[in-house]
Design a protein around this ligand. Structure first.
Ligand code: PEP
Ligand code: MN
Length: 378
């Protein structure tokens, strides 16, 4: 278990008031695009500039960043606009190059945080630096791609033990298989637990990578502020539709300004405030429930089509009662009342059957299992 004592010497990584806003393109693509975006953001009052130089792409062949040659563009951003530039590093070589170019604030990406070998190599490199240089380094650690709080804290500990005192965390959501409303599911309870365990650690939300879509940025940002995050990191590009990476989630600097001006800052903590945090968590869980129900119905319809093709009967009474008992027992283990489980599973099952039958008759208003003894086979 992490002791807060371990992080007791943290010093602020930002000199701006909360909420801190970090903005900039997913990737630095060219000098012109980097400087144009930075100038527009600086005019909008942004003080921290992000741009990826080395991009961890899921599949080979997509844009992997322009590499070290973009670092002088970031240094130029500081000279021309006064903003603090930051970039992602995944290895000691990246960090060495960034420091040489005068970039002292960096972030560790989600895929790197998930790899303790990689984080330890970065930490060992930092340990080997002279104290003066160590003191200038600021590191924001993104959550690992998988929902593992201990792995996230482990990465922070490795850096702290290496002498990094300007530390922060970025919540960018967690990967999940299949299609979801969010590109990366927020699982808010994980960053909230991180904040509870290390209260002095600045916690920044990345609505761009959580949502994966520009229209979700405002809503996710508001939720983060309501949950007392210390800031936001938002991808912004002077021409988002032409962006070489993460085009769908980037906004122009002027769209960013209107998102930011629509956000309300949360008043001091009250009972009402805690209630809102819980309600937001309920809303998110309900959204996940809707997504899951839709996926379940989709699978039920596929089973229905398969049965039609194979001429298989839809009547499977034994299977239904077996599934029901299994789920009721699962629910009981998780503290859910058997009667509630039976009722909710009954309604879901009824709807699956209705969907399967409507495939057969090609109409929606079809009688359901209870009346005709038909049972879905799932
Ligand atoms: C990014 O910030 O552009 C990035 C690659 O993020 P993540 O590590 O969260 O996927
Ligand atoms: Mn990105």
């Amino acid at each position: 278990m992490t002791s807060m004592i371990e992080f007791k010497e943290l010093i602020p990584i930002f000199d701006a008031e909360s909420p801190v806003i970090i903005a900039g393109p997913c990737s630095a693509e060219s000098r012109a695009q980097t400087l144009r975006t930075a100038e527009e953001l600086a005019s909008a009052g942004i003080r921290y500039f992000r741009a990826g130089v080395w991009k961890p792409r899921t599949r080979p062949g997509s844009f992997e960043g322009v590499g070290a040659k973009a670092l002088p563009w970031l240094a130029e951003v500081r000279e021309k606009t006064g903003m603090t530039p930051m970039t992602e590093i995944a290895s000691p070589a990246h960090l060495r190059n960034a420091l040489r170019a005068g970039i002292f604030t960096v972030w560790i990406g989600a895929r790197t945080t998930a790899n303790p070998f990689a984080v330890q190599e970065i930490a060992d490199f930092i340990s080997s630096l002279p104290q003066g240089e160590k003191d200038r380094i600021g590191v924001l650690v993104k959550n690992p791609v998988n929902p593992d709080l201990e792995l996230w804290i482990g990465a922070l500990q490795r850096l702290y033990r290496a002498g990094v005192r300007r530390l922060g965390a970025i919540h960018r959501g967690f990967s999940a298989y299949g299609s979801h409303l969010y590109r990366n599911v927020p699982e808010w309870r994980i960053p909230i637990e991180l904040k509870r365990r290390i209260p002095s650690l600045p916690l920044i939300c990345d609505p761009s990578h959580i949502g994966g879509r520009r229209d979700l940025i405002g809503k996710i940002s508001q939720q983060a502020l309501d949950m007392r995050f210390d800031g936001l990191i938002i991808e912004s590009h002077s021409d988002p539709d032409c962006a070489l990476s993460d085009s769908a989630q980037q906004v122009t600097p002027s769209e960013l300004s209107s998102i930011l001006s629509s956000l309300r800052s949360s008043p001091e903590s009250t009972a009402e405030d805690s209630l809102r945090v819980y309600r937001e968590e309920i809303d998110i869980i309900d959204e996940e429930l809707v997504t899951l129900l839709s996926r379940r119905m989709d699978v039920a319809r596929r089973i229905g089509s398969l049965k039609i093709r194979e001429g298989v009967s839809v009547v499977q009474p034994g299977r239904y009662s077996m599934l029901m008992e299994r789920r009721v027992a699962d629910g009981e283990r998780l503290g859910l009342c058997p009667d509630f489980m039976r009722r909710i599973l009954g309604v879901i099952h009824e709807e699956s059957v209705r969907q399967q039958l409507s495939l057969r008759s090609n109409e929606c208003e079809t009688d359901i299992a209870g009346d005709n003894g038909v049972t879905e086979d799932n």
